[in-house]
Design a protein. Structure first.
Length: 417
């Protein structure tokens, strides 16, 4: 019995990986035709050329195929993972992210869709383990009907806050989300595994496998980004997946394990809020003092990515240990992990207030419509389709080449329009 299940798991991982690899290439080729292009018109963006985005579509397809194969071998999934509400919320996040990648969705509208997705996740029976239990102890009906009224008053809003917060935290690390979230899925899967939740472990491994299929084209220098279609979807799935199984018998320690599992996005988001508050700026004001920005300033992009992967693995290992240690030792490990993480972020300069001079986030726009130092979309990335889609602005390949020739070199001062 064990051998067919193992072969089913391997087949599921391979299927999800291959589908993601193949569709990532297809999305990369068709991105100009679809209008899925990320232009580096903001100073905080690390890339300097127009880059295809929308890779979340390929990741979603890989996840669907991989989990479908796993379902065929293992049967129905445990807990809320088998609920239509769970996957309905995922579909909403994928569609919202795709629309934002293509049309730049308004922030308020994006937040509204996140709330709808969070409600569907709650409706599936997924809540914070504030009562010492976990999501699969509830019916996949309306959560409020399964909880005493006094508990529902605070469990439901706190669960909504957790879900929406993680979605946005992952969205902040968009360019690094592939590896960081893959590591978090594996760490949570390992924790579920030592708790005896083998089916949940298999689900997490398949999700990580689909992400690995996107990594070759997304690793620095990236030839495609996952975009909001990927980061919103993955944030939602990660927020939901971490609540599907038991974390610890001590309910307080179980809650502490959650932010440690997602240490990198939570650390980055937390330091950004503190930094902007100390700078008397809105917490939504962008800047270049995120963890990955500071690492890049001290080294290379590849080095920064690998460092963050290592930090993510450290957080994940600490979370797994917290789940198996006695409560007292778990608390000590949680406190030590938090102290080390905050000191590291402080030494990097992530908590330093942002000077007023750093408030500008837009690169100057030279004649021709391209941002300073931006390289036009190379014609050779268009393998099929209408030439008018090059650059996403209706210009033909020849026009793009001609316009590129008229652009000033990186060390020249562009002429003001």
């Amino acid at each position: 019995m064990a051998t067919p299940l193992f072969l089913g798991l391997v087949g599921s991982v391979v299927a999800g990986f291959l589908v993601t690899v193949l569709l990532t290439g297809l999305v990369c080729e068709q991105a100009p035709r679809l209008g899925l292009l990320d232009r580096p018109t903001q100073a905080r963006k690390g890339h300097r050329r127009v880059t295809p985005t929308g890779g979340g579509i390929a990741i979603a397809a890989g996840l669907a195929v991989g989990l479908g194969v796993l379902w065929g071998f293992w049967g129905s999934f445990p807990g809320a993972v088998q609920s239509l509400s769970f996957w309905g919320g995922a579909a909403i996040m994928l569609a919202t992210g795709y629309w934002d990648d293509k049309h730049a969705l308004d922030a308020k509208a994006k937040f509204a869709f996140q709330l709808v997705a969070a409600y569907l996740l709650l409706h599936s029976g997924t809540i914070l383990p504030l009562s010492g239990g976990h999501a699969d102890a509830l019916s996949p009906d309306v959560v409020a009907g399964a909880l005493p009224f006094s508990e529902a008053l605070y469990i439901i809003p706190l669960s909504m806050l957790w879900i929406v917060g993680i979605i946005n935290a992952v969205n902040l690390i968009d360019g690094l989300a592939t590896g960081i979230i893959g590591i978090a899925f594996l760490a949570c899967a390992a924790l579920f595994g030592v708790k005896g939740e083998i089916a949940l472990t298999a689900v997490g491994i398949v999700m990580a496998g689909a992400l690995v299929g996107f990594l070759p084209r997304n690793f620095k220098p990236a030839t495609i980004f996952m975009g909001d279609s990927g980061s919103l979807l993955l944030g939602y799935l990660l927020a939901g997946y971490t609540l599907q199984g038991p974390l610890h018998t001590d309910p307080v320690l179980a809650l502490l394990i959650l932010p440690v599992l997602l240490g990198v996005p939570i650390l980055d988001t937390g330091t950004a809020i503190v930094r902007r508050f100390a700078s008397a700026r809105t917490i939504f004001a962008p800047d270049r003092r995120h963890v990955h920005h500071r690492l890049v300033d001290r080294g290379t992009e590849q080095g920064a990515v690998l460092t963050l992967y290592g930090v993510g693995a450290w957080f994940g290992s600490a979370a797994v240990l917290m789940g198996v240690l006695p409560a007292v030792w778990g608390y000590l490990l949680a406190g030590g992990t938090a102290v080390v993480a905050v000191v590291w972020a402080w030494r990097l300069g992530c908590l330093t207030p942002v000077p007023a001079a750093d408030g500008a986030d837009a690169r100057p726009q030279p004649v021709g419509g391209l941002a300073e130092n931006e390289i036009p979309v190379p014609v050779d990335i268009i393998t099929t389709g209408d030439p008018a889609s090059v650059g996403g602005d209706g210009a033909s390949p020849e026009a793009v080449q001609d316009r590129s020739a008229d652009e000033p070199e990186a060390d020249e001062t562009p002429i003001a329009p």
